[in-house]
Design a protein around this ligand. Sequence first.
Ligand SMILES: Nc1ncnc2c1ncn2[C@@H]1O[C@H](COP(=O)(O)OP(=O)(O)OP(=O)(O)O)[C@@H](O)[C@H]1O
Length: 314
Amino acid sequence: MYDKDIKKKGSGQMSRNEMEIRIEGLEKYYGKKHALKNVTLTIPSGMFGLLGRNGAGKTTLMKVLATLIGKQGGKVTVCGIPVEEAARIRRITGYLPQEFSMYPNMGVYEAMDYLGALSKMPKKVRKERIPVLLEKVNLQEHYRTKIRALSGGMKRRLGIAQAILHDPKVLIVDEPTAGLDPEERVRFRNLLCEIAEDRIVILSTHIVGDIEATCEQIAIMDEGEIYYNGTVMDLLRMTEGKVYTAQISRKDLAKMKENYVLTSMLTQGNNVMVRFLSEQKPQVEASACEPGVEDAYMYLMQEKEGFSHVLDLV
Ligand SMILES: Nc1ncnc2c1ncn2[C@@H]1O[C@H](COP(=O)(O)OP(=O)(O)OP(=O)(O)O)[C@@H](O)[C@H]1O
């Protein structure tokens, strides 16, 4: 339901404690499947990235925060409100799920207006707010366009507009850039950064580039557990001095793969430019280089699972 108090008490007036999500010892099971294992995390305001491969538990965590599913153990508060108080949380939270679909036969403005009416937003407020939001997501020229006729990127942007229609303090976005072309992906990330100026925005993704470009604070999840929580800068520092590049001949590639975790390869004629991880100075002729988030992620997974398993990720 639309909460008039949100207008009166903007996020700018909230105390620091109120503008964070606290998760302590969170446990979630689907039957016997242990999907979240003792998850402890504090999410501050701004853009927060949740990175992990498919099945890591990201969607499950997002759904608990959005009060779409319950939990079995632990304590979770969103801006000071316990997740058990679902109605209060929903008033301050916007959610864009992985599979987002919205009334395909309605026009863009019509659908937004309908959603606003459903949440009891007064007509006057809808008339003021919807045009501002559609301009923010760059759909101002598509008021009458039927939703089914929008491109994937436009639909995603409309998804954001509907998720922030009630001016939530928290926006949760699950895997938003999958399937978008590079231009749309950049536009979408920039939009999220803008929205995060005075909110908590959680971006869950398995695409390292999305995190690298937008988030200062991140968490890395795997098999229901948090393996890293901190700044991107600190994550990169962990991998400093462990990333190398080398030009090798194609015939040496198999051997290289046996000995090192390769984080990228670029074929150049009969040669291959490889980027790889090595704790010590490698035996092959190679130059040290600055780590990127992808290198750091692979390094972390190698630490966690051992060399042979991480090869499956490449
Ligand atoms: N409703 C469900 N019933 C049973 N198991 C589930 C259910 N939903 C998710 N799981 C399992 O819980 C684990 C975590 O799934 P989750 O969807 O949260 O991961 P994810 O990181 O979001 O991955 P993806 O990006 O593929 O959605 C997976 O092993 C998944 O198979």
